[in-house]
Design a protein around this ligand. Structure first.
Ligand SMILES: Nc1nc2c(ncn2[C@@H]2O[C@H](COP(=O)(O)OP(=O)(O)O)[C@@H](O)[C@H]2O)c(=O)[nH]1
Ligand SMILES: [Mg+2]
Length: 387
């Protein structure tokens, strides 16, 4: 065992350069900047929407304060709690600033934003339409969000012939018409309640934003979405899957750490880096799970109890990865690594390294599967609770 410890130490030192390359690769994925502008009149629900989108509760420490009347021109930035490279900018309402649309855009620094979300708790007004037309001139995208539809539904529910679909359709038609009347061409309006991010048009809005973004930014937005729906979990899994090849290629240059009982080594630094990303991406880190717990009212311990991977809700360290590697390395799938190697030609690197790359690849896939499974378990728990 002592020799084993020693091996890790030596390898860690000698693979500094490779480890740095892996870190660089992972960070390059984390460093794509996305800056989303949220605008709309004071009280329309900007701060609430922005908190909901970040999966942060209104009364938590890093939330944008809600229910406060804005009086200044200040743009406030709120990074995503897991992905600080995604910034939500809380803009003052154009009415608050009393600037014409063009000057308003200039003053808030429109160039840095990837797209705009224009919120109204009511029919869209002249200011909203003027702003949209001005944004269009800059070539950037904008989306109309009609907030507080839960209020409307609650009010309408008292009526005898209440139909949720009909009420929503009416609100939508009304919003679209008011925008068209003010010269906005084919406006699309998303109906949301910031208290229920899994209802109404919230999921559709996310999908639309993703679809409209360039690919590298699309992945960033997707990974930051809460893993409440099975299809989001699967989409995230696909993004991570795609990255595994890139990571494994880097692994080929790393001196691998030998695993007792396994004839090949694995690249621990790489596994730690990647698994940390999976855990965060699936919302399985302690902070995310605690947020989910307080948002859904399901006690944290109950959420934790459904986890089976041993990697979720843990701080991912070399030791933990090694522990899990040792536990699963008896699995037939992994023992077959040497066999797989015969079919995967890796040119230009020594065979032992290539073999460790294949093993590392297999572990990455396995850990990804295990964590996605845990994400599904949490999602099941949450969605069943809401029924
Ligand atoms: N029921 C409900 N209330 C909302 C919604 N969005 C905002 N609110 C409430 O409306 C008030 C103003 O919201 P806030 O986010 O502060 O608006 P802002 O001034 O545009 O930032 C607050 O009391 C919020 O709790 C929503 O979708 N549904
Ligand atoms: Mg606000």
């Amino acid at each position: 065992y002592w020799m084993f410890e020693e091996t890790i130490k030596i390898t860690d030192n000698s693979s500094d350069v490779a480890a740095a390359r892996i870190r660089e690769y992972l960070e390059s994925k984390n460093n794509v900047l996305l800056n989303i502008a949220i605008t709309g009149e004071s009280g329309s629900g900007k701060s609430s929407f922005l908190n909901a989108f970040r999966d942060v509760e209104d009364d938590s420490e890093d939330a944008a304060p809600t229910g406060v009347k804005e009086t200044t021109l200040e743009v406030k930035e709120y990074p995503h709690p897991n992905y600080p490279n995604i910034i939500f900018s809380d803009l003052p309402g154009i009415g608050t600033t009393k600037f014409p649309a063009k000057k308003y855009l200039k003053r808030v620094g429109f160039k840095k934003f990837d797209f705009f979300i224009i919120i109204s708790a009511d029919r869209f007004r002249e200011n909203d339409a003027k702003l949209a037309k001005e944004i269009k001139k800059t070539g950037k995208n904008f989306y109309f969000v009609r907030s507080k539809v839960d209020h409307n539904l609650r009010d309408e529910q008292r009526k005898k012939d209440f139909s949720q679909e009909k009420t929503l359709a009416q609100i939508r038609d009304d919003c679209v018409k008011s925008l068209k009347d003010q010269g906005v061409e084919s406006p699309q309006v998303f109906l949301v309640s910031s208290h229920d991010i899994h209802l109404y048009d919230f999921p559709h809005l996310r999908e639309t934003l993703e679809r409209d973004l360039p690919e590298h930014k699309r992945d960033v937005l997707l990974l930051s979405s809460p893993s409440i729906f099975p299809d989001i979990i699967e989409k995230k899994k696909k993004v991570f899957r795609r990255q595994i090849w890139g990571l494994t290629a880097l692994s080929g240059v790393v001196a691998a750490v030998p695993v007792p009982g396994l004839s090949v080594g694995v690249d621990l630094a790489l596994l730690v880096g990647a698994v940390t990303r999976y855990v965060t991406g699936f919302g399985l880190n302690v902070a995310s799970l605690k947020r989910t717990a307080s948002r859904t009212g399901i006690p944290y311990d109950e959420l934790k109890a459904v986890l089976t991977s041993q990697l979720a809700a843990e701080h991912i360290t070399h030791d933990l990865i090694m522990k899990v590697v040792l536990q699963v390395s008896s699995r037939a799938a992994l023992m077959a690594a040497e066999e797989a190697f015969r079919f995967i030609p890796i040119v230009g690197i020594p065979a032992s390294m290539a073999l460790s790359a294949v093993t590392t690849y297999k572990f990455l896939k396995l850990f990804l599967d295990l964590l996605a499974e845990d994400a599904h378990r949490v999602s099941d728990k949450v969605l069943n609770k809401n029924k």
